[in-house]
Design a protein around this ligand. Structure first.
Ligand code: GLC
Length: 585
């Protein structure tokens, strides 16, 4: 499908207009005081989520897991981790969501399992085991001095090699993430069938409405695993996504997976929805191969240019937490690229700036200083709701949650990725390879670590922010008394109330906001982000001040103010972090 194909009008489908809300179960609401969020806790907050104007709840992994990577390391697809509850709790949740007019999607994590999964335990038990080939096992290589070396020089996502040596069977196994997350071998038809039965059919049969598909473009790899070119001479591992991402059979595998899902697809308006996590794919043509309607693969994907702002070369690379300066024109180019790639094509796009793998948007993209954080939250809300595509919010975004305070030390960070990057920085600083690395990486983690999104949800001003009656698994934000849902529900000017009314407004004007075409105004302006949306004769203009200073408002022709994030506006001037939307109808 070429980008210039004739598709003037996007087909209207419910999931394009829907607002998705991601719940990270460990940090949402704890019902039993053990410090971990759980499914009964989430169940009790379904009325809250519905009150926001959400249509679909996306629940991050609640499956049985040793929690090395917070549930993205699954040891049994058909069981719920005891800390979260039971399969019966998920069934109750499905019903509660449906009764409240919402749908529920789960995370499908099938690039890898936990090393505690029965499949891997069998696979690792002997070279002759019938599940040996369900994972990637390879013999060692040896250097001139007969030192054992991994089969290839790849760097994994969480720093270090993608290969771990298994003493028992004297071979290495592949893991793109931590050693406790061995990659499944999709080349094996029996392995694929087991994945479909256990991870896919089991939950669709229970009535969920679809999946967020984790690491969707990594199932097919170049299985000869050639060495990657040396791009970082200071390291013995090298980034190698060209060998394990968007591999030769990826579209065949996805179509097969989607065919399985189709067994459960109904045509009475309750269609399933899929959204894939598509990292390391900056080319619109390639993204379209996954989301073009005619391709019958995924409904939509997350493309991550926006969350890579500031992250060096990005996810999976050594410099991810070595903060790289960015400017507003950089952000505009990214937004423009992913807004317009669907124009004239049959693809679809997503709109988001937070998830469980990123720092909070207020802290990263605007200002979390006490005097500006509320305005920043509202301005970023307008940035989101005025964009074309399916809108995804992350828990806490709607109350303006911000990053952990700068004073917190590395001991308050829990994520395997942050801790591994930190250990690597300590090593490289102390052996003299990169003396300032510790300070730089800590700075990057303060802005962008995945931990920030995983702080307990701030429900109220009681102890532990009302998240739990016990000690939370992760430290609660120091500012929970100032930033919490209960206080904001009682305040008509709060971020929470603003979100609710803006989500309504987006739906009332969905032609132009959800389906409109996108155009940048003054792309090189470094202070304000102004864009125009059009749908037939309807026009909307969003004007967003990304600075703490007054900025000129854009000149208006035939437009009237629809909304501002400030109670009082001045026609000629945007106030600090003010956002406005104008329309012509
Ligand atoms: C995805 C998840 C991330 C996880 C990784 C490995 O990127 O979003 O949280 O660490 O997959 O499953």
């Amino acid at each position: 499908m070429s980008l210039s194909a004739e598709h003037n009008e996007h087909e209207r489908i419910w999931w394009k207009e829907a607002v998705f809300y991601q719940v990270y179960p460990a940090s949402f609401c704890d019902s039993n005081g053990n410090g971990w969020g759980d499914l009964p806790g989430l169940f009790s907050k379904i009325p809250y989520i519905a009150s926001l104007g959400v249509d679909v709840v996306w629940l991050s992994p609640m499956f049985e897991s040793p929690q090395i990577d917070m549930g993205y390391d699954i040891s049994n697809y058909e069981a719920v981790n005891p800390s979260y509850g039971s399969v019966a709790d998920v069934e109750a949740l499905i019903k509660a969501c449906h009764d409240s007019g919402m749908k529920l999607i789960l995370d499908l994590v099938v690039n890898h399992t936990s090393d505690q999964h029965a499949w891997f335990k069998e696979s690792r038990s002997s070279k002759e085991n019938e599940k040996r080939h369900w994972y990637f096992w390879r013999p060692a290589r040896y250097d001139e001095e007969r030192r054992r070396m991994p089969p290839s020089n790849y760097r994994g996502y969480f720093a270090g090699s993608t290969w771990t040596w298994d003493e028992h069977t004297q071979e290495y196994y592949l893991h793109l993430y931590s050693p406790s997350q061995p990659d499944l071998n999709w080349e094996s038809p029996t392995c694929r069938r087991a994945i479909y039965d256990s991870a896919v059919r089991f939950w669709l049969a229970k009535g969920i409405d679809g999946f967020r598909v984790d690491t969707v473009n990594k199932y097919s790899k170049h299985i000869s695993f050639p060495d990657a070119p040396i791009t970082d001479p200071t390291s013995d591992t090298q980034p190698a996504p060209q060998f394990w991402c968007n591999g030769p059979r990826i579209h065949e595998f996805i179509r097969e997976l989607v065919d399985v899902m189709s067994e459960y697809r109904t045509y009475d308006g309750k269609e399933l929805v899929t959204v894939g996590e598509l990292s390391l794919t900056p080319e619109p043509e390639k993204v379209l191969e996954y989301v073009g309607r005619e391709r019958e693969e995924l409904d939509m994907v997350f493309q991550f240019d926006i969350t890579h702002l500031g992250q060096g070369t990005g996810s999976g690379f050594q410099d991810k937490y070595d903060f790289a300066e960015w400017t507003l024109p950089d952000m505009k180019r990214i937004v423009k690229k992913w807004q317009s790639f669907i124009e004239g094509t049959d693809g679809w796009t997503t709109v988001f700036n937070e998830n469980h793998d990123n720092g909070r948007s207020i802290s990263r993209f605007a200002s979390d200083a006490p005097e500006w954080r509320v305005q920043s939250a509202k301005m970023l809300c307008l940035w989101l709701v005025a964009q074309t595509g399916t809108l995804f919010l992350y828990q806490g975004q709607e109350i303006g949650m911000i990053n952990a305070p700068r004073e917190w030390g590395i001991e308050d960070y829990k994520d395997v990725e942050a801790l591994n990057f930190w250990d690597e920085a300590v090593k490289l600083a102390e052996d003299g390879t990169d003396p300032t690395r510790k300070e730089r990486i800590m700075h990057g983690l303060r802005l962008m670590a995945r931990d920030h999104a995983r702080l307990p949800f701030q429900w109220d001003s009681s102890e532990h922010a009302g998240f739990s009656s016990g000690k939370p698994w992760m430290r609660v934000h120091d500012l929970y008394k100032q930033i919490n849902a209960e206080a904001q529900e009682a305040d008509g000017d709060s971020v929470l109330e603003f979100y609710k009314s803006m989500l309504k407004m987006r739906k009332e004007h969905k032609d132009v906001f959800v389906y409109g075409t996108f155009e940048l105004v003054e792309p090189e302006d470094v202070s304000t982000f102004v864009f125009r949306k059009r749908y037939q004769d309807k026009t909307a203009l969003a004007a967003l001040n990304f600075t703490a200073f007054l900025q000129p408002a854009p000149p208006l022709v035939d437009l009237k103010l629809l909304v501002s994030s400030y109670p009082k506006t001045n026609p000629d001037t945007l106030q600090p972090f003010e956002g406005r939307i104008y329309i012509n109808y």
